[in-house]
Design a protein around this ligand. Sequence first.
Ligand code: ADP
Ligand code: ASP
Ligand code: MG
Length: 594
Amino acid sequence: MTTIVQKFGGTSVADVEKIKSAARKAIRAQKAGHQVVMVVSAMGKTTDLLVKLADDITERPAPREMDMLLSTGEQVSVALMAMAIDSLGSHGVSLTGAQIGIRTDNTHTKARIKSIETDRMKQILDEGNIVIAAGFQGMDDELNITTLGRGGSDTTAVALAAVLIADACEIYTDVDGVYTTDPRLLADARRVNQISYDEMLELASLGAGVMHSRSIEFAKKFNVPIHVRSSFTDQPGTMIVAHPESPTAAVSGAALTKEEARISIVGVPDKPGTSLEIFSKVANRNVTVDMIVQNVGTEGKANISFTVPANELTVTLEAIDEATSAMGPVTVTSDDEVSKVSVVGLGMANETGIAAKMFQALADAGINMQMITTSEIKISALVRRDQASEALSIVHRAFELDKPPADAATPKINYTDSKRPQDIEAIVARLGSVDMEELFLDGISLDKEQAVVTINGVPDTPGIAAKVFGEIASEGIFVDMIVQSFGIDSRARLSFTVPKDGIAEAEAAAKKIAADLSCGSVNSAADIAKLSVSGIGLRSHTGVATRMFGALSKAGINVAIISTSEVRVNVIVDGNEGERALECLEQAFADVLR
Ligand code: ADP
Ligand code: ASP
Ligand code: MG
């Protein structure tokens, strides 16, 4: 018998009528012959109200008590849903996270799932009932109630679909699918028929709030087809599956992380171990760090800039204080009025000029990029928050995301067709034996074919990156990694990698533009090595960068450039350290290489 998980978000259960309507959908699926597990969120804005109540009592509510409070929202919903199902002539059994046996770690308010028991759910289903599971919650080893982080019901739903080997996980929400960008921010946004796990994972982690990014980690690990659709119609929505919508489109979506904060630490000692000290202190507080750019400065000092979610700025600054107290005088600056605009697409890994196009569009609108970082499948730029919405709309238009790609896949919403791999039970058994949300790596590689070019003293004005990468793209040279540091004293550093055989042209182009636009010196290095760690959920597992820095610094190897995405972390080190660095990383990650 087929099993379907149906998840209903807050707006989809906001009042009695909507609860009944959700109940009807579940009963309909049951009548069509499926076993149905519903995962339900708290009604409407209940969770926000509970957060506000706590804030009204104290500035720093104990995380354990916060979870006790927040989990009540979902408990109300599941009970009402079970009553609704019964009143409509079927039978539903409500279960809290603890009653299901969703075991998590003890990171209150951001707990990760360790394991899920299926016996009770299976028994309830086999007896002909609908299981109604409370989203977003679990229990730690000491029987404390935990929650998975805001938006976490998606993760509950996909995780249940994974362990039950369900045929699909339907996400019922207030939009009729996944759009090229948040349709509330941009009227031009287009609904896509299909999107790949990798793209959705990246988009979700860069601000596309339609899915909790950790739910996509589960989907990819366990091959769960997800169908995102409206709870108010019966129209098909968007399938999130292994393949992208178009095999050729370079960019498939854009996202905005509006509430971002930038931190710069100026004058840290330039030696292995410094970054480790800083990032491990931040990671210990479970803060997700992005856009890490470090610069070798003068007189043995370096500068490090990175971004964190704006609401985690205070705790991050505390961590930095702790980390830098023994480093001698350093200056820390921060800005919580910035936003991160990103474009994502599997196809950008095969096309030149994608970054140039994004940078040119922003430059034409006079928008300054304060920092830039890229990975194989995304480009992010940090901009002033008051220009963020405009920036999003500009990049969306630049890549014509409002128009469907000519070779877009035809929508296929047939779950039994979506072919879970034969060995899915083996995957579940294998991954079920470790913590389900444990870091998952599938490879570590060494690439010695790249060279790096650096432009120093880049003035803080729009248009320079656009010119540099426009020129290089016009030579047909493929640019791999790009990082632009935050401008200390209004001068930034722009570094990028190109294939070794393109270095002369790339350097010449950079020199020409640097001279035209009064930048500083340009230099290049052909003897570099790029190491990549690939897997799932690498940025949101806050310890990955720390482990990399840790392993490399222990071996005395300096990291020159780092770039991160949810599926890959890359570092550039000195060319003759390549093999040794690879060995270090293989050792450091041996326990999580699957
Ligand atoms: P739910 O309560 O059902 O979980 P959410 O509010 O968490 O709903 O997610 C749905 C919202 O996500 C939409 O209303 C939309 O504004 C927002 N959103 C952000 N990015 C996207 C995107 N790329 N596609 C669709 N919706 C998006
Ligand atoms: N109710 C929780 C929240 O509002 C979880 C969820 O809806 O996914 O964040
Ligand atoms: Mg949600």
